[in-house]
Design a protein around this ligand. Structure first.
Ligand code: SAH
Ligand code: SF4
Ligand code: F3S
Length: 478
């Protein structure tokens, strides 16, 4: 197994796990140099599930004689692991393919493949639209990559976009390439069975399936043995995790899985994402309360603060239900538990009053963080087929800006209320801005920066927060 050689992580950013990262974020898989013949270059777009899948792909291709490289010009095989969540995500990939084309002209043997959600959405149409693409492989077909690559080596194109009801890659040990050696992601499920009307994910990722609980615990144990201090359990809707053993004697729900992982070691922090408001149970909240090492942070995307819009979105909860879930979090986990959201501005037929309801929900929940977007119609979704995308772009953008501004006020206030308190911080590495400072996170997922003294990456340090920038806490070790 190759060791991580290079850290390309985004230490001072705080993106929740299984959701679209702030636009433009892309991860380049770091280099391994183990003397393998061919060089693989992977760029990953979209959510943490994609970043996690790229580790699985690297593992499969490592066994096929590929080292990874972070130098595109040097690559024999270039893979883009793509996202379809909004139109802009797809445009980014198309622009990138044009740039890669100019590299390919200089290195004619270079193979180019598209993986992930855009591959699944466009299928073999991709080969017609983007002539430089040799391989199109959907999220459930990565085991077929070696076969497809030999097909391409033999002069043909390679396409496999079959979705599976079973595939969870449970037996594949991901190659941790972009890792800081401290925090890692573990996929616990794939796909999504919800049909939110705006969302392309059910079409690109297929049916929901949960991974064998034992393989998840074993992966977490192996990470602990390798010195990792934090795992994030990933799924589009982790609260509907449900696994049963083949003999039907063992049933594990999400709360139980969370507890099993938390019990591996008190020195292992456990995070998870994403929670669906309709499915998050009090049992999960009580499990979080019982274990200090389960981080007090919940990503609970609301999408809208208005019940009519939520119904059109097919989110299957209304505003009172969402508010009650926020109150349950406050009741069981206290005011310090961090909550974040995703909001969509300008969904089909959203009125000004309904947009105001989103602003008032932000005030109600006092989110620590928000990932907010304007609505982007996706071909094939329920909304694209049944609803009119009738809010003008400038109105969508103005509403989005109001959502962002309102969220900023609460994010700052949530940081400010943490000043004067002592936080247990897991150090992830040097601060981006100063080599004399370390950066880590508290349980709430807030960034904490403090003078490094003799502390190092991987240490738990108690830090008294003395001030805040509004996006990070500054403090000193006590
Ligand atoms: N499974 C997660 C969301 C995954 S997608 C959940 O249910 O909460 C990440 C976020 O992208 C969504 O929460 C939503 O806010 C946003 N998103 C999804 N489709 C979108 C679209 N068509 N236009 C704009 N934003 C979208
Ligand atoms: Fe998309 Fe809804 Fe599934 Fe989230 S729960 S991935 S928004 S369909
Ligand atoms: Fe993730 Fe984008 Fe696919 S958010 S699941 S990579 S559409």
């Amino acid at each position: 197994m190759p060791q991580p050689l290079l850290t390309l992580d985004f230490l001072d950013t705080a993106a929740p796990a299984a959701e679209a990262t702030p636009s433009g974020e892309v991860r380049i898989t770091a280099a391994t140099r183990t003397g393998r013949q061919r060089k693989l270059y992977i760029e990953s777009y979209g959510c943490q599930m994609n970043f996690s899948d790229s580790e699985i792909v690297s593992s499969i291709l490592f066994d096929e004689g590929f080292d990874t490289t972070d130098d595109l010009a040097n690559a024999d095989l270039v893979l883009l692991n793509t996202c379809s969540i909004r139109e802009k995500a797809e445009q980014t990939v198309r622009m990138r393919l044009k740039q890669i084309n100019s590299h390919k002209k200089r290195k004619p043997g270079m193979l180019v493949g598209v993986l992930g959600c855009m591959a699944e959405r466009l299928k073999s149409k991709f080969l017609e639209e983007e002539k430089i693409v040799d391989l199109v492989v959907g999220p459930d077909a990565y085991r077929d990559l070696p076969g497809l690559i030999s097909q391409v080596d033999g002069g043909q194109k390679g396409v496999n976009v079959l979705l599976s009801r079973e595939e969870t890659y449970a037996d594949i040990t991901p190659v941790r390439l972009n890792s800081n050696g401290i925090t890692a992601f573990i996929s616990i499920m794939r796909g999504c069975d919800n049909m939110c009307s705006f969302c392309v994910v059910p079409f690109t990722r297929g049916r929901e399936r949960s991974r064998d609980a034992h393989s998840i615990v074993q992966e977490a144990q192996a990470l602990v043995a390798a010195g990792y201090k934090e795992v994030t359990l990933l799924g589009q809707n982790v609260d509907s995790y449900k696994w049963a053993s083949a003999d039907g004697l063992e049933h594990v729900n999400f709360a139980q899985l969370l507890e099993r992982v938390a019990l591996i070691s008190p020195a292992l922090r456990v995070r998870f994402s994403t929670s669906h408001p309709k499915d998050i149970t009090d049992e999960v909240l009580h499990t979080m309360a019982r274990h200090d090492n389960i981080c007090k942070y919940i990503h609970l995307p609301a999408q809208s603060g208005n019940s009519r819009v939520l119904a059109l979105m097919n989110r299957t909860y209304d505003r009172p239900w969402y508010e009650e879930r926020v109150q349950a979090i406050r009741r069981i986990l206290g005011d310090d538990c961090a909550i974040s959201t995703d909001m969509i501005s300008g969904f089909c037929s959203e009125t000004e009053e309904e947009h105001q309801d989103t602003l008032s929900l932000i005030d109600f929940a006092q989110y620590d963080m928000g990932y907010n977007f304007f609505y982007s119609e996706r071909p094939g979704t329920l909304a694209a087929r049944k609803l009119e995308d009738d809010i003008p772009l400038e109105v969508k953008k103005r509403r989005l800006q109001e959502v962002i501004d309102r969220q900023q006020v609460h994010a700052r206030a949530r940081y400010a209320r943490m000043v004067g308190k002592v936080h247990q911080v897991l150090v992830e590495g040097p601060s981006k801005r100063s080599a004399e400072h370390l950066s880590g996170r508290n349980s709430q997922n807030q960034v904490v920066i403090f003078p490094k003294q003799n502390f190092q990456k991987g240490d738990y340090v108690n830090v008294l927060a003395t001030s805040t920038t509004g996006a990070a806490l500054l403090g000193e070790a006590v």
